[in-house]
Structure formats: structure tokens, C-alpha cells
Design a protein around this ligand. Structure first.
Ligand code: HEC
Ligand code: HEC
Ligand code: HEC
Ligand code: HEC
Length: 209
């Protein structure tokens, strides 16, 4: 009985290694993996590979950051209380001083860094409320809110540009589309609880034996 298994095992190893070797030969037609992907995505059995069908009806905008050009979801149409100027017809300080006005944004409280660093107008442009603002006072469009985050979270921003932080939408085939920071992080309360993976408990296994 045991010998038979050995025999089958050897056949399998031979089969697998021969396929690996023959595949390797084909891959050598390309300089590197990226060339292979580029060449194959152009035309695959007459069908071009594209992420477009995965992106579907998500409205996207194209951005270029450094050497990376890719799509991110458009935001403004997704934000409930946009345009802000529908209510913000006066300057912010005048709005805030409205007597007996109910707190308009009662559902927003900041749990992001500490309140010495962070208040509403660290991010929102008090003079032009339909925009965000950089620390130095430059307007940032709500669609480009990642430019707000990148000022303080350089490492995550660099990773994200390269596709390492945050999710690529569905497929590696071009065009590349990535979720933007606020698709995952609530800017007012961005922290996620760390989740530990379930562990395989070797002690329990020993006890069972
Ligand atoms: C439905 C009306 C309405 C809309 C829409 C609205 N606001 Fe307001 N907002 C108010 C009112 C009224 C106040 C003043 C009373 C208060 O402080 O709650 C206010 C106050 C604020 C303040 C000051 C809050 C504070 O605690 O100091 C900020 C910042 C602000 N709004 C940002 C925005 C932004 C950004 C948008 C758009 C994304 C927006 N608002 C859309 C009605 C609105
Ligand atoms: C760390 C930066 C930051 C701070 C601080 C901040 N916001 Fe925001 N806020 C944003 C960004 C970015 C968005 C857009 C998020 C998106 O695209 O969904 C937003 C969205 C909003 C909206 C629209 C939300 C909706 O779903 O309609 C309102 C209203 C708002 N902020 C008010 C405030 C108020 C009031 C404060 C202070 C109490 C505040 N924000 C503090 C970054 C900030
Ligand atoms: C003015 C600087 C500043 C801006 C702008 C800013 N942050 Fe932060 N953020 C901080 C600081 C400071 C902390 C708390 C210290 C830390 O944990 O790194 C923090 C904490 C966080 C955390 C939690 C880190 C943890 O330990 O879990 C996340 C996530 C985050 N920010 C995402 C964002 C996103 C997304 C944006 C853009 C909408 C943004 N931040 C904009 C300064 C900023
Ligand atoms: C697809 C979702 C997604 C996108 C997009 C995304 N993040 Fe995150 N981010 C996460 C998750 C999940 C964590 C928590 C990781 C953990 O706790 O191990 C995280 C963690 C962080 C932290 C905490 C520190 C760390 O590295 O653990 C910061 C700061 C942060 N993100 C900033 C950003 C910024 C800035 C952007 C945009 C340039 C961004 N994120 C885009 C999902 C995302």
C-alpha cells in the first residue's frame, strides 16, 4: 500500500515540475511581469482586459500624483449636505453666533488627534465653505480630500499612491482605480480598532491528542 502512494507522489511531482518548466519558458518571452501584464492586457483572445466593467457606475476622476496616474471615486455627489452653501449663506462666525439655532451638525464630533491640533477649520475652508483647506490656507476640492490627509500622513499617502495602502478597486488591469482615504476613513473619526487574526492554538491541539 505505502509503496503505491510513493509512486503516485513521484508521478505528481514530475507532472508539476514539467508544467512549471514549460510555463517558465513562455514567461521568458517578456522582460518582466509588468511587460507580460501590459502585453496580455492589450488583447486577450480578442477581448481586451480592463477594469472598466468592475468600476461599473462608480463615478471616477483621474488624478496624477508623482509618477502615478489613476482613478479615484468622485465624492461631492456622495456627500449628503453638499453643497454647504445651500445653508452657509453667511460667514461661518456669523452662522455660529445665530441665537437659539439648533446645532446643525450635532451628529459630527471630532475624534481625530487632539482638539488643540484639530478643529473644524483645520480642514474646512471658513472663507469658502464648499472647499477644504490646507494648513497653509490653500483651497482643496472635496473630490481631492486625499491632499488634505497627505499633509500629515505622508507614509500612508506614499503607500497609497503606489497601491500598497488601501484597496485597488477589483482588478489590476488598467485603468487602475483606487478607493480614496475617505471611502474607508471617516475624516471626523478615522481610527479603526485593530483586529487580530484568529490564531491556531497549538496548545489546544496538544491537549486533544
Ligand atoms: C442644512 C443646512 C446646512 C448644511 C447643508 C451645511 N451646514 Fe454647516 N452649519 C449650519 C448651521 C445652521 C451652522 C451654525 C450653527 C451650528 O454651529 O451648528 C453650521 C455650522 C457649521 C460649522 C461650524 C460648526 C462649529 O461647531 O463651529 C462648520 C465647520 C460647518 N457648518 C461646515 C459645513 C460643511 C463643510 C458643510 C458642507 C459639507 C455644511 N456645513 C453644510 C447649517 C448647514
Ligand atoms: C481632519 C479634517 C476634518 C475635520 C477636523 C473636520 N472635517 Fe468635516 N469633513 C472633512 C472631509 C474630508 C469631509 C468630506 C468627507 C467625504 O468625502 O465623505 C468632511 C465632511 C463634512 C460634512 C459633510 C458630511 C455629510 O455627510 O454630509 C460636514 C457637515 C462637516 N464635514 C462638518 C464638520 C464640522 C462641523 C467639523 C468640526 C466639528 C468638521 N467637519 C471637522 C474633513 C474634516
Ligand atoms: C493637521 C494634520 C492632520 C490632517 C490634515 C489629518 N490627520 Fe489624521 N491624524 C493626525 C494626528 C496628529 C493623528 C493622531 C496621531 C496618530 O495616531 O498618528 C491622526 C490620526 C489619524 C488616524 C488614526 C491613526 C491610528 O492610530 O489609528 C487615521 C486613520 C487618520 N488620522 C486618517 C486621516 C485621514 C483619512 C485624513 C484626511 C481626511 C487625515 N487623517 C487628516 C493628523 C492629521
Ligand atoms: C480601502 C480602505 C482604505 C483606504 C482607501 C485608506 N485606508 Fe488607511 N487604513 C485602512 C485600514 C483598514 C487601516 C487599519 C490598519 C490596521 O489597523 O492594521 C488603516 C490605517 C490607517 C492609518 C493608521 C496607521 C496605520 O498605518 O495603521 C492611517 C494614518 C491611515 N490609514 C491613513 C490613510 C490615508 C491618509 C489614506 C489615503 C491616502 C488612507 N488611509 C486610505 C484602510 C484604508
Amino acid at each position: 500500500m505505502k509503496k503505491n502512494y510513493h509512486f503516485i507522489y513521484i508521478i505528481c511531482v514530475l507532472l508539476i515540475s514539467s508544467t512549471i518548466i514549460s510555463c517558465k519558458h513562455k514567461e521568458d518571452d517578456y522582460h518582466n511581469i509588468k511587460d507580460a501584464i501590459d502585453a496580455k492586457s492589450k488583447n486577450y483572445d480578442g477581448i481586451s482586459i480592463s477594469s472598466e466593467e468592475f468600476i461599473g457606475d462608480i463615478n471616477t476622476i483621474e488624478i496624477t500624483e508623482g509618477e502615478h496616474t489613476f482613478l479615484i471615486p468622485e465624492r461631492k455627489s456622495q456627500i449628503k449636505s453638499y453643497a454647504c452653501t445651500e445653508c452657509h449663506t453667511k460667514d461661518l462666525d456669523q452662522m455660529q453666533n445665530l441665537k437659539d439655532s439648533k446645532k446643525a451638525h450635532w451628529d459630527i464630533s471630532i475624534n481625530h488627534a487632539d482638539d488643540k491640533t484639530m478643529n473644524c477649520i483645520t480642514c474646512h475652508n471658513a472663507k469658502k465653505i464648499d472647499d477644504l483647506t490646507s494648513i497653509t490656507g490653500t483651497s482643496i476640492d472635496f473630490n481631492n480630500s486625499y491632499q488634505l490627509c497627505s499633509q500629515c500622513h505622508t507614509r500612508q499617502f506614499e503607500d497609497w499612491k503606489g497601491g500598497a495602502h488601501g484597496k485597488i478597486l477589483e482588478s489590476w488591469a488598467p485603468p487602475r482605480a483606487s478607493m480614496t482615504c475617505v471611502n474607508c476613513h471617516n475624516p471626523h473619526d478615522p481610527h479603526f480598532e485593530t483586529k487580530w487574526p484568529d490564531r491556531f492554538n497549538t496548545q489546544k491541539v496538544k491537549e486533544r491528542d
